[in-house]
Design a protein around this ligand. Structure first.
Ligand code: ADP
Length: 312
């Protein structure tokens, strides 16, 4: 039996920039729901690329962790589009909770629980040599049991957008680290850690911390909100292909600045946040070090999943 014949596709439940999402179920078990995400592969890239894409995505199928969305199957349909069969998670994402200030109330213990789940997901990805490359609140889906699930691996997306022509208008750049903005060709897991830091910041202030309007403005916001990348704080940065920073330069902010803005996370939380937002990717905290940080062991203890706030 072929992969595509194992599932029954139902009605459309969502539309994204790169994909239509349908509800579906296992043919053999209609109560077993799935989400079928049909990626809109650009016409000129269809010719013969589906098998490659599928091969690359197959290894994501083996990435099994409670905080990573399960990729149950990958297949190409008659029209050569890529179909991802995913765990069905209809309860929304972290962005929805962050934005619903009226109805959703949460505190330091809840943030610690969500950040713990996200940090374990990233540690597991990096331990398995997978970079996510697109971490943002909207890609953190919420399961019925309160578990946070990292979704939408950048890999799948890169097949829908090989030219990255839409980068400036469509893909959110707010979580993008300075090394990518400066055009670094070689990058590491540090790119994901930067994004995790910005999710942490956003959970605390309930607003995006560095919402740049353009790539240039994104760099300006990093300089103002964190500090200007210079040879003094990041050896070699000025040699990156697209290095440009506004003058005058801003010194890297110290703990006082972060305590003033993110104080609800406590001094240990602020210390962890600052280490995630270190400009130089080689000095930025690693996923393993994140999990070893003292913030997790202090008060308040992380909220249990069943007590986390959820919508509805
Ligand atoms: P894109 O990444 O291209 O923007 P999304 O991943 O945001 O597409 O999917 C669009 C919509 O489909 C989401 O807002 C959500 O409503 C729905 N959706 C996506 N993935 C799932 C899933 N695993 N389970 C249930 N609904 C989903």
């Amino acid at each position: 039996e072929e992969e595509k014949d194992k599932y029954v596709k139902g009605k459309k439940v969502g539309e994204g920039t790169y994909a239509n999402v349908y509800i579906g179920h296992h043919k053999s078990d209609p109560s077993n729901l799935v989400a079928i995400k049909k990626i809109k592969v650009q016409q000129e890239y269809k010719e013969g690329m589906a098998p490659d894409a599928i091969r690359e995505l197959k290894h994501l199928q083996e990435l099994s962790h409670p905080n990573i969305i399960s990729l149950l199957s990958v297949f190409s349909s008659k029209d050569q589009n890529l179909n991802l069969v995913l765990e069905y998670l209809p309860l929304g994402d972290l962005e929805v909770l962050i934005k619903d200030i009226e109805n959703i109330h949460y505190g330091a213990a809840d943030i610690k629980a969500w950040m713990g789940m996200l940090s374990r997901a990233i540690w597991f990805c990096h331990e398995n040599f997978v970079l996510h490359r697109d971490i943002k609140p909207n890609n953190l889906l919420i399961a019925a049991d309160g578990e946070i699930k990292l979704a939408d691996f950048g890999l799948a997306r890169s097949f829908a957008d090989p030219y990255r022509v839409m980068t400036s208008n469509v893909i959110t750049r707010w979580y993008r680290p300075p090394e990518l903005l400066f055009g670094a060709k070689h990058y590491s897991g540090a790119v994901d850690i930067w994004s995790v830091g910005l999710v942490f910041a956003e959970l605390v202030i309930r607003n995006p911390y560095l919402p740049g309007d353009t790539e240039i403005d994104q760099i300006a916001k990093i300089c103002a909100g964190i500090g200007t990348p210079t040879e003094e704080n990041w050896a070699g940065v000025s040699k990156l292909p697209e290095y440009t920073v506004p003058s005058p330069t801003t010194p890297v902010h110290g703990p006082e600045h972060y305590l003033g803005m993110f104080g609800t996370a406590g001094p240990d939380g602020v210390d962890l946040l600052m280490k995630m937002l270190i400009l130089d990717p080689r000095r930025r905290i690693t996923a393993r070090e994140v999990l070893e940080h003292r913030w997790w062991r202090g008060e308040p203890r992380a909220t249990r999943n069943e007590d986390l706030p959820k919508k509805g």
